[in-house]
Design a protein around this ligand. Structure first.
Ligand code: SER
Length: 867
C-alpha cells in the first residue's frame, strides 16, 4: 500500500460514515496567535467545539502539520519528525467514544489489515468507560488495555486555550527485539518498540486563559492518526524514513553526498525531514526571520544545512531536494508545484547566507570546546554560545546539540543574559534617547491617576503634571507624566505625537512621546518659565497628527491591497508610520514588478476616492478573530481589543490613530519597493501633503525635461531612448574615426626619421586616444620604415604611455632590444616599462621630464645603431 492509498482509504472510510471532507488548512494557523504552526489535525476546527450551532458535526481531513517541539529528537529516533500529515476525523457534539473506538479498530484491523496481536491500547487512568468499550465491545483481553496518566492520555489544548480531554491510544508493537532495558517497557515507553499509531481524544473541556477547565459546549471526538507511522507499519518498515514518503528524498541525498545511507542515517533523516518542513512552509510564504515562527524555520534550515556540511556538501543543496519533495508530495498537495520556483529561490538564498559563516563558526566552536575541555570544565559559557549565535548564526539548540555530542553542556541562562543585554543595547542605541523610569529622578507635582490617554477624542486638554524627571545630560529637557494626555505614545510602528505644554508660568515643547511600563512619558524642552503646580494645557500638533493618521490608515489599505493583488501569503513583517511617510515590510518571495505595484497603488487610491468611513470597535479578542479580523502574529493583544475597520476593505486589530474617512488621505503614492532580507520586501509611500509635494517635484522634473528635450510629456521616454541610442552610435563613430585617421604628425615623424649608418629610427610624441591606438601607430611606422626602431609617447587621459619597437632584422643582427629601450627611457622620469625585444610598453612618470625622456631615447638609439 502506498502512502497515497492509505490517505485515500482513510478519507473514503469516514466519508462513508457521513463525515464532511475538509481540505488541509494552511500551516500558518488562521486566527490563533497563540500557535506558531498548525500542529494537529484539530487546529483548524478549534472553534467548532465551542460554537453553538456548528455548520456540520462530523469532519474528516488529512492535515499538514508542523511541530518544532521535538526538533532535537528528529533523526535520532525512527519516528520523530517536524513536518507530518495527520489523518483526522472529528465529532462536534455528535458521536462519542464508542463510535470512535470501534470505527478505528475496524479501520486498523479489517481495512488496513494490521494484525490484532501486534496492537495494544491505552486509556486515561480512570476512564472506565473507554476501558469497558475496549474490553466488552471490541473484545480485547484486559492485559492488552493499559491505564496511563496525563502525560500520555490527556491531550490538548493546541495552543494555550481551547478543547482538550482524555484520550485513548493504539500502539503498534515492533517486537521484543526493540525492547529497552526498562523493566516496565510497554505502551507509552519512550523506546523504539511501541509506536503510537492512533490518538483518539475525547474533548470534553475548554481550557480557559486562567488555566481552569470549563465544560466544553460540544463534547466530541478528535482523532489523530500519524500518516507516516501508519505507512511505516503497513509497508513493513521499522522507521518512517524507510517509507515511500521519505525514500526518494534520501536516495537523491545519497547521490549528492556520494555516500550510502548506512552510516549516515541520522544526518540523512534530519535533512529529509527538515526539507519537507521547509518546502511546505516556504510554499505558504512563511519565511525565515529572527523571530517567532520565522526563527523556527531558520533553525530548521540551519540544522539541515549543518548536516549537509558534515556529510561533505559545500554547495547549497536544500533547494534541489525541495524538487524531490515536490515530486513526492504534489499529487496530494498540488499547490507545491506552482510554489517551487520561489521556494527554491528562497531556500537557496537563505542557505547560502548561512554557509558563508558556517565553516568559520564550526572552527570557532571547535576552539571554544577545546578550551572548555582543557579547563576540565564541562560547560560552554553563555557568552561563547552567544558569540556563535550572534556572529555565526548558530541557533542555541544547534550549539546545544553540537556541545552534547562532545559531552558538554551550555550555560543557557548565561546565553539568555547576553541576549537580553544585547537587546537592551540596541534599544538604547536607537534613534532617540530613551529612558526607563527606574534610572530617572522623579519629582512629584500632584497625586492621583496618571497617563490616561484621551488623544482619540481631543488634541488639546487641560490637565495636571503628575511627575517630572530631568533628562540625563540634556539641560532644559524633562520627562513629564501627566494626569491625562492627548499625546499618542510611540507604539505599533506609529511614531509618538509632538506638540506643546504650557500655562501662564511656563512654555515648553513636547519633542517626543513614549510609553514605559504603562506610563506615557513626554520629553519636553522648557523654553520659558519653570515647573509649577498649576494646571497645564497639553496641545498636540494637529498637522503632525493628521499626517501620521493619514499614513496609518494608508498602511492598513496597503496591507489589504498587497494581499489582494499578490496573495494572502503577504503578511506584515514590520511597519513605521510617521508624519512624513510610511514604511511597510512584508513577506513576499521576490520583487514586486511594476505592473502589480501599480495595481496596488490603484487599489488604495480607489478606496480613498470612495470616501470610506473608518470605524473603531472594541470587542473581545475571540469575537474579533471570529469576525475575520487580521491579527498580527507576535503582537500581544489584551482581552479587549480595538478593531479598525475600513468598510469592506480592511479590518485589523490596531491601537493607532486613524483618519475618520479614507478621503482625508487625499492620495497615496508608492515611492520605492525593495528587499530588506530573504523573503521580506519593503515599500515606502507618502500621502496627503507629502504626496502633493512629491507630485509637484515630479512635475518640476517633467517640466525641465520637456523644456530641454523640446517634446511633449508623452514623448519624453521614447526621446530619451532615442538620445541614448544616438550617443552610443556617436561614440562608436568617434572611436572608428580615431582609429582610421592617420595622425598627421605621425607622417611627419616618419618623414623626419633619423638615419644612423643607413638604419632609421623615429622618436616623438603622437596623438592617440588609447594605448591600443598607440600600438597601431607603432605598427604603421614599422611598416613604413621596413627596417628600424623607435619610441612613441602619447597623452591618454592623465597618463603618458610609452611604446618602443624594433624590427626583427635589427633584433637578430645587432641585438637591439625594445624592452631595453623602454626601460632606459622610462627610468628618466621615474616611470616603468617592459616587454619583448620587438615591442615594449611603459609609461612616463613625471610629465615634466618628457623632453628629457625623448632625448635619452634618441641618444640611446644613436649609440646602439652606430655599431
Ligand atoms: N489532537 C490529537 C493529536 O494531535 C489527536 O488528533 O494527537
Amino acid at each position: 500500500m502506498t502512502a497515497a492509498d492509505i490517505r485515500r482509504i482513510f478519507l473514503e472510510f469516514y466519508k462513508e460514515r457521513d463525515h464532511r471532507f475538509c481540505k488541509s488548512a494552511p500551516l500558518l494557523p488562521q486566527g490563533d496567535p497563540t500557535l506558531l504552526f498548525t500542529s494537529a489535525g484539530m487546529v483548524p476546527f478549534k472553534s467548532m467545539w465551542v460554537t453553538a450551532n456548528p455548520e456540520y458535526r462530523r469532519a474528516v481531513s488529512v492535515q499538514k502539520c508542523l511541530r518544532a517541539t521535538d526538533l532535537e529528537d528528529v533523526g535520532r529516533t525512527p519516528r520523530h519528525c517536524t513536518f507530518f500529515e495527520m489523518l483526522g476525523h472529528f465529532s462536534f457534539g455528535d458521536y462519542f467514544k464508542r463510535e470512535a473506538i470501534s470505527w478505528n479498530w475496524e479501520l486498523f484491523r479489517n481495512v488496513y489489515g494490521i494484525p490484532e496481536e501486534r496492537m495494544r491500547v491505552s486509556v486515561f487512568n480512570d476512564d472506565d468507560e473507554a476501558f469497558a468499550i475496549w474490553r466488552d465491545e471490541i473484545g480485547l483481553p484486559e492485559d492488552w488495555i493499559f491505564r496511563l496518566g496525563e502525560e500520555h492520555n490527556f491531550w490538548g489544548p493546541a495552543g494555550d486555550t481551547g478543547p482538550c480531554g482524555p484520550s485513548s491510544e493504539v500502539y503498534y508493537d515492533l517486537g521484543p527485539s526493540f525492547e529497552c532495558s526498562n523493566p516496565n517497557c510497554g505502551p507509552g515507553c519512550d523506546c523504539d518498540r511501541w509506536v503510537e499509531i492512533g490518538n483518539f481524544v475525547f474533548p470534553q473541556f475548554d481550557k480557559q486563559p486562567d488555566g481552569s477547565l470549563a465544560p466544553l459546549l460540544n463534547r466530541g471526538i478528535d482523532t489523530g492518526i500519524g500518516l507516516e507511522r501508519v505507512v511505516m507499519v503497513l509497508q513493513g518498515q521499522q522507521t518512517i524514513f524507510a517509507t515511500d514518503l521519505f525514500q526518494p528524498v534520501i536516495r537523491r541525498l545519497e547521490e549528492f553526498v556520494q555516500k550510502p545511507y548506512a552510516g549516515h542515517a541520522s544526518s540523512m533523516n534530519i535533512v529529509a525531514d527538515h526539507v519537507r518542513a521547509l518546502t511546505f512552509a516556504f510554499a505558504e510564504g512563511i519565511m525565515p526571520s529572527n523571530e517567532g515562527r520565522g526563527y523556527v524555520l531558520r533553525r530548521i534550515l540551519r540544522r539541515a544545512a549543518l548536516q549537509g556540511h558534515l556529510m561533505g556538501l559545500r554547495e547549497p543543496f536544500l533547494h534541489r531536494l525541495a524538487e524531490t519533495v515536490t515530486e513526492v508530495m504534489s499529487p496530494a498537495y498540488p499547490e507545491l508545484v506552482e510554489a517551487l520556483p520561489r521556494v527554491s529561490m528562497a531556500l537557496k538564498g537563505e542557505e547560502e547566507r548561512f554557509t558563508e559563516t558556517l565553516e568559520a563558526g564550526l572552527n570557532r566552536f571547535e576552539r571554544l570546546a577545546q578550551t572548555v575541555r582543557d579547563s576540565e570544565s564541562k560547560r560552554l559559557a553563555g557568552k561563547d554560545a552567544f558569540l556563535l549565535y550572534d556572529t555565526y548564526g548558530f541557533p542555541l539548540d544547534l550549539v546545544r546539540e553540537m556541545a552534547a555530542e562532545q559531552g558538554l553542556e551550555v550555560d543557557e541562562e548565561g546565553f539568555t543574559r547576553q541576549m537580553e543585554r544585547q537587546k537592551e543595547k540596541s534599544r538604547s542605541a536607537s534613534t532617540f534617547q530613551k529612558s526607563d523610569g527606574e534610572s530617572l529622578e522623579w519629582t512629584e507635582y500632584s497625586k492621583g491617576e496618571s497617563s490616561r490617554f484621551v488623544g482619540n477624542e481631543s488634541l488639546e486638554i487641560e490637565t495636571r503634571v503628575r511627575r517630572i524627571a530631568p533628562v540625563p545630560d540634556k539641560p532644559g529637557e524633562y520627562w513629564v507624566v501627566l494626569e491625562e494626555t492627548p499625546f499618542y505614545p510611540e507604539s505599533g510602528g506609529q511614531v509618538g505625537d509632538i506638540g506643546i505644554l504650557f500655562n501662564d508660568g511656563l512654555e515648553s515643547e513636547v519633542l517626543e512621546t513614549q510609553k514605559r511600563s504603562g506610563e506615557i512619558l513626554h520629553r519636553v524642552k522648557l523654553s520659558r518659565g519653570g515647573w509649577n503646580d498649576k494646571p497645564v494645557r497639553a496641545s498636540v500638533s494637529a498637522s503632525n497628527r493628521i499626517s501620521t493618521a493619514r499614513n496609518h490608515t494608508a498602511t492598513h489599505l496597503l496591507h489589504a491591497a498587497l494581499r489582494e493583488v499578490l496573495g494572502t501569503h503577504v503578511t506584515q513583517a514590520g511597519s513605521l508610520v510617521s508624519p512624513a511617510r510610511l514604511r511597510f515590510d512584508f513577506t513576499h518571495y521576490g520583487p514586486v514588478e511594476p505592473e502589480p505595484l501599480a495595481a496596488v497603488e490603484q487599489w488604495i487610491n480607489d478606496r480613498i476616492l470612495q470616501a470610506i468611513p473608518v470605524n473603531i470597535h472594541w470587542s473581545d479578542y475571540d469575537a474579533a478573530i471570529e469576525a475575520g479580523v487580521m491579527a498580527l502574529f507576535g503582537e500581544k493583544y489584551e482581552d479587549r481589543v480595538r478593531r479598525v475597520e475600513i468598510g469592506e476593505a480592511s479590518r485589523e486589530l490596531c491601537g493607532g490613530t486613524h483618519v475618520r474617512n479614507t478621503a482625508e488621505i487625499g492620495q497615496c503614492i508608492l515611492l520605492e519597493e525593495g528587499t530588506i532580507s530573504a523573503g521580506i520586501r519593503r515599500i515606502e509611500a507618502v500621502t496627503g501633503e507629502q504626496a502633493f509635494l512629491v507630485r509637484r517635484e515630479m512635475q518640476e522634473t517633467m517640466r525641465h525635461l520637456r523644456r530641454s528635450l523640446q517634446v511633449p510629456q508623452n514623448e519624453i521616454a521614447p526621446k530619451v531612448d532615442q538620445l541614448f541610442a544616438e550617443i552610443a552610435k556617436l561614440r562608436k563613430d568617434v572611436r572608428n574615426a580615431l582609429e582610421q585617421r592617420p595622425s598627421s604628425n605621425l607622417e611627419d615623424l616618419i618623414k623626419n626619421a633619423e638615419s644612423i649608418g643607413g638604419r632609421k629610427f623615429v622618436v616623438g610624441q603622437t596623438e592617440a586616444a588609447s594605448v591600443d591606438l598607440l600600438r597601431k601607430q607603432g605598427d604603421h611606422i614599422v611598416k613604413a620604415l621596413g627596417s628600424g626602431a623607435g619610441l612613441l609617447v602619447a597623452r591618454v587621459g592623465d597618463k603618458m604611455p610609452l611604446l618602443a619597437f624594433v624590427t626583427q632584422d635589427l633584433v637578430s643582427e645587432i641585438d637591439l632590444r625594445a624592452d631595453e629601450l623602454i626601460r632606459t627611457a622610462a627610468a628618466v622620469s621615474g616611470g616603468r616599462g617592459g616587454g619583448k625585444p620587438r615591442m615594449a610598453l611603459g609609461g612616463v612618470g613625471d610629465p615634466e621630464k618628457l623632453e628629457e625622456t625623448l632625448e635619452t631615447a634618441r641618444n640611446w638609439l644613436r649609440e646602439k645603431l652606430r655599431v
